[in-house]
Ligand binder design. Structure first.
Ligand code: FE
Ligand code: FE
Ligand code: ZN
Length: 278
Protein backbone atom coordinates (compact mmCIF):
# COMPACT_ATOMS: atom_id res chain seq x y z
CA UNK A 1 0.00 0.00 0.00
CA UNK A 2 1.23 3.50 -0.87
CA UNK A 3 1.19 5.51 2.37
CA UNK A 4 1.22 9.20 1.51
CA UNK A 5 0.15 12.36 3.29
CA UNK A 6 1.26 15.87 4.13
CA UNK A 7 1.76 18.21 7.04
CA UNK A 8 -1.58 19.44 8.48
CA UNK A 9 -2.60 21.90 11.18
CA UNK A 10 -3.69 20.45 14.52
CA UNK A 11 -5.81 23.53 15.28
CA UNK A 12 -9.19 21.81 14.72
CA UNK A 13 -8.20 18.63 16.53
CA UNK A 14 -7.10 15.12 15.62
CA UNK A 15 -10.21 13.65 13.98
CA UNK A 16 -10.40 16.81 11.85
CA UNK A 17 -6.88 16.09 10.55
CA UNK A 18 -7.87 12.52 9.68
CA UNK A 19 -10.87 13.77 7.70
CA UNK A 20 -8.81 16.48 6.02
CA UNK A 21 -6.22 13.88 4.99
CA UNK A 22 -8.90 11.67 3.44
CA UNK A 23 -10.39 14.68 1.59
CA UNK A 24 -7.09 15.25 -0.27
CA UNK A 25 -6.48 11.58 -1.13
CA UNK A 26 -4.03 10.97 1.73
CA UNK A 27 -3.93 8.00 4.11
CA UNK A 28 -1.66 9.57 6.73
CA UNK A 29 -0.57 13.04 7.91
CA UNK A 30 2.08 14.85 9.93
CA UNK A 31 1.41 17.51 12.56
CA UNK A 32 3.05 19.62 15.24
CA UNK A 33 1.83 18.68 18.73
CA UNK A 34 2.20 22.31 19.79
CA UNK A 35 2.90 25.68 18.22
CA UNK A 36 6.08 25.03 16.16
CA UNK A 37 7.76 28.06 17.72
CA UNK A 38 7.35 26.48 21.14
CA UNK A 39 4.68 27.25 23.69
CA UNK A 40 2.22 25.09 25.55
CA UNK A 41 0.87 21.80 24.30
CA UNK A 42 -2.94 21.47 24.46
CA UNK A 43 -4.12 18.38 26.38
CA UNK A 44 -5.66 15.54 24.34
CA UNK A 45 -9.43 15.13 24.27
CA UNK A 46 -10.17 11.38 24.63
CA UNK A 47 -13.23 11.43 22.29
CA UNK A 48 -11.16 13.19 19.63
CA UNK A 49 -8.41 10.57 19.88
CA UNK A 50 -10.94 7.72 19.69
CA UNK A 51 -12.60 9.44 16.73
CA UNK A 52 -9.27 9.58 14.92
CA UNK A 53 -8.56 5.93 15.76
CA UNK A 54 -11.89 4.80 14.25
CA UNK A 55 -11.36 7.03 11.20
CA UNK A 56 -7.85 5.66 10.61
CA UNK A 57 -9.12 2.07 10.89
CA UNK A 58 -12.06 2.70 8.55
CA UNK A 59 -9.86 4.39 5.93
CA UNK A 60 -6.78 2.12 6.05
CA UNK A 61 -4.39 4.77 7.34
CA UNK A 62 -0.69 4.15 7.70
CA UNK A 63 1.20 5.49 10.73
CA UNK A 64 0.81 9.21 11.44
CA UNK A 65 3.79 11.38 12.34
CA UNK A 66 4.14 13.85 15.19
CA UNK A 67 6.90 16.42 14.50
CA UNK A 68 8.70 18.04 17.44
CA UNK A 69 9.03 21.83 17.57
CA UNK A 70 11.94 23.38 15.64
CA UNK A 71 12.84 25.40 18.71
CA UNK A 72 13.78 22.30 20.69
CA UNK A 73 17.56 22.20 20.92
CA UNK A 74 18.82 19.66 23.40
CA UNK A 75 22.39 20.54 22.39
CA UNK A 76 22.11 24.28 23.02
CA UNK A 77 24.94 26.05 24.83
CA UNK A 78 22.47 27.70 27.20
CA UNK A 79 21.11 25.49 29.95
CA UNK A 80 17.63 27.10 29.87
CA UNK A 81 17.31 26.27 26.17
CA UNK A 82 18.35 22.68 26.81
CA UNK A 83 15.90 22.41 29.70
CA UNK A 84 13.02 23.62 27.53
CA UNK A 85 13.91 20.99 24.90
CA UNK A 86 14.11 18.22 27.49
CA UNK A 87 10.70 19.10 28.94
CA UNK A 88 9.07 19.57 25.52
CA UNK A 89 10.24 16.27 24.01
CA UNK A 90 9.27 14.33 27.13
CA UNK A 91 5.76 15.84 27.01
CA UNK A 92 5.54 15.24 23.26
CA UNK A 93 6.41 11.56 23.62
CA UNK A 94 3.81 11.11 26.36
CA UNK A 95 1.20 12.70 24.10
CA UNK A 96 2.18 10.94 20.86
CA UNK A 97 2.27 7.63 22.75
CA UNK A 98 -1.48 7.97 23.36
CA UNK A 99 -2.33 8.63 19.71
CA UNK A 100 -3.19 5.78 17.33
CA UNK A 101 -0.17 4.40 15.40
CA UNK A 102 1.77 7.61 15.87
CA UNK A 103 5.51 7.94 15.22
CA UNK A 104 7.58 10.85 16.52
CA UNK A 105 10.19 12.80 14.58
CA UNK A 106 12.43 15.67 15.62
CA UNK A 107 15.45 17.69 14.50
CA UNK A 108 18.45 16.50 16.53
CA UNK A 109 19.59 20.06 17.31
CA UNK A 110 22.35 22.57 16.64
CA UNK A 111 25.71 22.59 18.37
CA UNK A 112 26.12 26.39 18.24
CA UNK A 113 29.93 26.42 18.06
CA UNK A 114 30.40 23.74 20.72
CA UNK A 115 31.18 21.15 18.03
CA UNK A 116 29.34 17.99 17.06
CA UNK A 117 31.32 15.93 19.61
CA UNK A 118 29.89 17.98 22.48
CA UNK A 119 26.38 17.94 21.02
CA UNK A 120 25.99 14.20 20.47
CA UNK A 121 25.98 13.16 24.16
CA UNK A 122 23.66 16.06 25.06
CA UNK A 123 21.15 15.02 22.40
CA UNK A 124 21.34 11.34 23.34
CA UNK A 125 20.88 12.20 27.01
CA UNK A 126 17.79 14.27 26.17
CA UNK A 127 16.35 11.39 24.16
CA UNK A 128 17.07 8.87 26.91
CA UNK A 129 15.33 10.91 29.61
CA UNK A 130 12.32 11.49 27.29
CA UNK A 131 12.02 7.80 26.37
CA UNK A 132 12.19 6.72 30.00
CA UNK A 133 8.37 6.50 30.30
CA UNK A 134 5.49 4.50 28.79
CA UNK A 135 3.59 4.57 26.59
CA UNK A 136 5.75 6.29 23.99
CA UNK A 137 5.48 6.05 20.19
CA UNK A 138 6.65 2.80 18.61
CA UNK A 139 9.56 4.72 17.07
CA UNK A 140 11.30 7.97 17.95
CA UNK A 141 12.95 9.25 14.78
CA UNK A 142 15.93 11.54 14.27
CA UNK A 143 15.51 13.59 11.10
CA UNK A 144 18.31 13.77 8.52
CA UNK A 145 19.29 17.45 8.34
CA UNK A 146 20.48 19.80 5.58
CA UNK A 147 23.46 21.04 7.59
CA UNK A 148 22.31 24.65 7.75
CA UNK A 149 24.32 26.60 10.33
CA UNK A 150 25.53 24.26 13.05
CA UNK A 151 22.78 21.64 12.63
CA UNK A 152 23.66 18.17 13.88
CA UNK A 153 22.48 15.23 11.76
CA UNK A 154 23.73 16.27 8.32
CA UNK A 155 25.75 13.10 7.98
CA UNK A 156 24.63 9.53 8.58
CA UNK A 157 27.65 9.20 10.90
CA UNK A 158 26.34 11.95 13.20
CA UNK A 159 22.95 10.25 13.44
CA UNK A 160 24.62 6.89 14.08
CA UNK A 161 26.69 8.44 16.89
CA UNK A 162 23.49 9.62 18.63
CA UNK A 163 21.73 6.27 18.11
CA UNK A 164 24.77 4.52 19.55
CA UNK A 165 24.12 6.25 22.88
CA UNK A 166 20.35 5.71 23.01
CA UNK A 167 19.29 3.12 25.57
CA UNK A 168 16.03 1.87 24.03
CA UNK A 169 17.62 0.70 20.78
CA UNK A 170 14.44 -1.09 19.61
CA UNK A 171 12.52 2.20 19.64
CA UNK A 172 14.97 4.65 18.00
CA UNK A 173 15.14 5.28 14.25
CA UNK A 174 15.51 7.81 11.45
CA UNK A 175 13.23 9.85 9.18
CA UNK A 176 14.90 10.62 5.85
CA UNK A 177 14.09 14.06 4.41
CA UNK A 178 14.79 14.07 0.66
CA UNK A 179 15.43 17.84 0.51
CA UNK A 180 17.70 17.71 3.55
CA UNK A 181 19.86 14.77 2.44
CA UNK A 182 20.27 16.28 -1.04
CA UNK A 183 21.20 19.61 0.55
CA UNK A 184 23.50 17.69 2.86
CA UNK A 185 25.44 16.33 -0.14
CA UNK A 186 23.90 12.89 -0.68
CA UNK A 187 23.11 12.50 -4.37
CA UNK A 188 19.70 10.82 -4.34
CA UNK A 189 19.18 12.00 -7.94
CA UNK A 190 22.30 10.52 -9.54
CA UNK A 191 22.92 7.60 -7.18
CA UNK A 192 19.93 6.67 -5.00
CA UNK A 193 21.18 3.09 -4.61
CA UNK A 194 24.59 4.35 -3.46
CA UNK A 195 23.03 6.70 -0.87
CA UNK A 196 20.83 3.92 0.48
CA UNK A 197 23.84 1.59 0.62
CA UNK A 198 25.74 4.22 2.65
CA UNK A 199 22.72 4.64 4.95
CA UNK A 200 22.57 0.89 5.42
CA UNK A 201 26.27 0.66 6.15
CA UNK A 202 26.38 3.51 8.67
CA UNK A 203 22.93 3.42 10.32
CA UNK A 204 21.14 0.34 8.98
CA UNK A 205 18.08 0.52 6.74
CA UNK A 206 16.11 -1.33 9.43
CA UNK A 207 16.20 1.97 11.36
CA UNK A 208 14.54 3.93 8.56
CA UNK A 209 10.83 4.28 9.37
CA UNK A 210 9.61 7.38 7.50
CA UNK A 211 10.41 9.65 4.55
CA UNK A 212 9.82 13.41 4.24
CA UNK A 213 9.19 13.85 0.53
CA UNK A 214 10.26 17.33 -0.56
CA UNK A 215 11.84 18.76 -3.68
CA UNK A 216 14.71 21.21 -3.18
CA UNK A 217 15.12 24.84 -4.33
CA UNK A 218 18.93 24.53 -4.23
CA UNK A 219 21.64 22.31 -5.75
CA UNK A 220 23.22 19.20 -4.21
CA UNK A 221 25.27 19.98 -1.09
CA UNK A 222 24.07 23.57 -0.68
CA UNK A 223 23.07 23.31 3.06
CA UNK A 224 20.21 25.81 2.61
CA UNK A 225 17.10 23.78 3.55
CA UNK A 226 14.55 25.38 1.22
CA UNK A 227 11.80 22.93 0.28
CA UNK A 228 10.27 23.05 -3.21
CA UNK A 229 7.06 21.62 -4.68
CA UNK A 230 7.35 18.05 -6.00
CA UNK A 231 8.83 18.04 -9.52
CA UNK A 232 9.61 21.78 -9.51
CA UNK A 233 13.02 21.67 -7.84
CA UNK A 234 16.53 20.33 -8.31
CA UNK A 235 15.54 16.77 -7.33
CA UNK A 236 12.83 16.56 -9.98
CA UNK A 237 10.01 14.22 -10.85
CA UNK A 238 12.06 11.29 -12.20
CA UNK A 239 14.01 11.04 -8.93
CA UNK A 240 10.78 11.37 -6.93
CA UNK A 241 9.27 8.48 -8.91
CA UNK A 242 12.40 6.40 -8.24
CA UNK A 243 12.20 7.18 -4.51
CA UNK A 244 8.53 6.25 -4.01
CA UNK A 245 8.97 3.04 -5.99
CA UNK A 246 12.36 1.94 -4.64
CA UNK A 247 12.11 -1.58 -3.16
CA UNK A 248 13.86 -0.42 0.04
CA UNK A 249 11.63 2.65 0.49
CA UNK A 250 8.25 1.87 -1.07
CA UNK A 251 6.68 0.39 2.06
CA UNK A 252 7.58 3.36 4.27
CA UNK A 253 5.15 6.21 4.97
CA UNK A 254 5.82 9.37 2.89
CA UNK A 255 5.03 12.84 4.25
CA UNK A 256 5.02 15.98 2.08
CA UNK A 257 6.38 19.22 3.58
CA UNK A 258 6.27 21.21 0.37
CA UNK A 259 5.24 24.90 0.14
CA UNK A 260 1.53 24.24 -0.49
CA UNK A 261 -1.98 24.83 0.76
CA UNK A 262 -4.45 21.92 0.76
CA UNK A 263 -5.34 22.03 -3.00
CA UNK A 264 -1.62 21.99 -3.86
CA UNK A 265 -1.08 18.98 -1.59
CA UNK A 266 -4.08 17.20 -3.16
CA UNK A 267 -2.54 17.75 -6.60
CA UNK A 268 0.88 16.46 -5.47
CA UNK A 269 -0.66 13.36 -3.90
CA UNK A 270 -2.58 12.64 -7.13
CA UNK A 271 0.61 13.17 -9.15
CA UNK A 272 2.65 10.84 -6.92
CA UNK A 273 -0.09 8.18 -7.04
CA UNK A 274 0.05 8.33 -10.85
CA UNK A 275 3.82 7.66 -10.66
CA UNK A 276 3.53 4.79 -8.21
CA UNK A 277 4.00 1.31 -9.68
CA UNK A 278 1.97 -1.41 -8.01
FE1 FE B 1 11.60 18.45 10.03
FE1 FE C 1 11.55 17.35 7.04
ZN1 ZN D 1 13.52 21.30 5.95
Amino acid sequence: MFIIGCHLSVSKGYLAMGKEATSIGANTFQFFPRNPRGGASKPLVPEDVEGLRAWMDAHQFGPILCHGAYTMNGAAAREETRDFARRAIREDLAKAGQLPRCLYNFHPGAHVKQGVEAAVPLIADMVNQAMDQDPIPQYVLLETMAGKGTEVGRTFEELAAIIERVERKDRIGVCLDTCHVYDGGYDIVGDLDGVLAAFDEVIGLDRLHAVHLNDDKNPLGSHKDRHEKIGEGTIGLDAMAAIINHPKLRNLPFYLETPNELPGYAAEIALLKSLRKE
